[in-house]
Design a protein around this ligand. Structure first.
Ligand code: GDP
Ligand code: MN
Length: 378
């Protein structure tokens, strides 16, 4: 689960990390009021969205005076960055930056530990640094039984700083970040950039955190910040109905019983040049109400132009499934073409029940994939 920069900064502050003073604003008027309350000539205006790279997209601007601040606030509040509409901005005191560093803690699957990542080349080009000069990013594996005691934090700090006064500031900063990361079950805690300001102090001027969804039940303070996207909302609704659903963005909606079969169905669609709109496992039984619910879910996706139903009849026999499908489609009116493939117990009977209906009946999996893709061009 992602949170916004201002929310991550609130966690940082809670754990004693140095962050710049800032105020969250939803309107230009609020931004102007925030500017005055900060009582600083220069202010920074930052889009609050669930994605990085805001600086490069024009979502971070340093204003030199009130007029500029107003202009930037107006500009950024109306922006859309990588598909995210900006409805909130953070107005902060602009820090006079001497140099920018990169610090993060992430879960590393290879070492099965949290690792501390550090670079002297922090800032907006960290991706390029990671790609072209990975040796400039230092990684320290943190043993969960040892954590980050002073000597280790000091060792880490020397990767970033030569100056002892900065090392001394960095040690509690790294330790606080690690404590926050562990106690809140985060999967990422990133400061990019951590800056050395003109006054000689280290400051986190950006903050990024993501949290482990499976641990949210024990962190109500984090869960409270959850802002699902339209897709995530749909996925949650589907989950509540007992489906396993993942939105994928293609044009062929899939309804399948069994996760393995659903994966294979998606592969088949791809093989014939189509794009699956979703992964949907409707589970074992295929009673009409469940099919209707699943169908509604698929049809609520505006990109879906064809529906492919792929059912393996094991304990639930194919003739029952066919009857269930016919019953279900009497309950909802669907204009979208539907391709059905039934296999397993009593499949012949199932197919003959569907004969003469508006469904396109396929015998094999590849036939179903091909037919679904063909329907797209009709
Ligand atoms: P991101 O691009 O989404 O990661 O947004 P950041 O918060 O990291 O901001 C991008 C860049 O804007 C930083 O790397 C800084 O160079 C610059 N920036 C951000 N805040 C300030 C500030 O307070 N003062 C100054 N001078 N520059 C800032
Ligand atoms: Mn950043």
């Amino acid at each position: 689960m992602k949170v916004h920069e201002y929310q991550a900064k609130a966690f940082f502050a809670q754990y004693g990390l140095p962050v710049d003073r800032s105020v969250l604003c939803k309107t230009v008027e609020e931004a102007v009021a925030a500017y005055h309350s900060l009582d600083n000539e220069k202010a920074v205006v930052k889009a609050q969205i669930h994605t990085g790279g805001r600086g490069k997209a024009g979502g971070v601007k340093v204003a030199n005076n009130e007029d500029e601040l107003k202009r930037y606030a107006m500009q950024i509040l109306g922006m859309e960055i990588k598909g995210f509409k900006v409805d909130r901005i953070l107005v902060g005191e602009a820090v006079e930056i001497v140099s920018e560093y990169y610090v993060s803690i992430v879960v590393d699957r290879k070492s099965k530990s949290a690792i501390l990542m550090l670079s002297r080349e922090g800032g907006m080009d960290i991706e390029t640094v990671a790609k072209n000069t990975p040796e400039k990013i230092h990684q320290i594996v943190i043993d969960p039984f040892i954590g980050l005691p002073d000597y280790l934090a000091r060792e880490a700090a020397f990767y970033l700083f030569d100056d002892m006064s900065l090392v001394k500031q960095a040690v509690p900063l790294f330790q606080g970040l690690y404590k926050l990361f562990m106690e809140k079950d985060a999967s990422l805690a990133e400061i990019n950039p951590l800056v050395l300001a003109k006054d000689g102090k280290l400051k986190a001027i950006d903050a990024k955190m993501t949290f482990d969804n499976n641990a949210l039940f024990r962190h109500p303070d984090v869960l409270e910040l959850f802002e699902p996207t339209a897709e995530e909302q749909k996925e949650q609704e589907a989950k509540d109905k007992g489906f396993s659903y993942v939105h994928l963005g293609g044009e062929i909606g899939c309804m399948v019983n069994g996760a393995g079969l659903a994966m294979a169905t998606m592969d088949m669609i791809k093989l014939y040049g189509g794009h699956p709109a979703n992964f949907l496992d409707i589970g074992g039984s295929s009673n009409p109400t469940k099919i209707v619910e699943a169908m509604k879910l698929l049809l609520s996706d505006e990109q879906v132009r064809v529906i492919l139903i792929n059912i393996f009849g094991g304990i639930t026999r194919c003739d029952d499934v066919a009857k269930g499908l016919i019953e279900a489609f009497q309950l909802i009116d669907v204009g979208t073409p539907i391709v059905i493939r039934l296999t397993g117990t009593n499949e012949e009977e199932g197919r003959s029940i569907l004969k003469g209906t508006k469904f396109h009946v396929a015998k094999t999996m590849s036939e179903a994939g091909r037919m679904a893709v063909e329907q797209l061009s009709k």
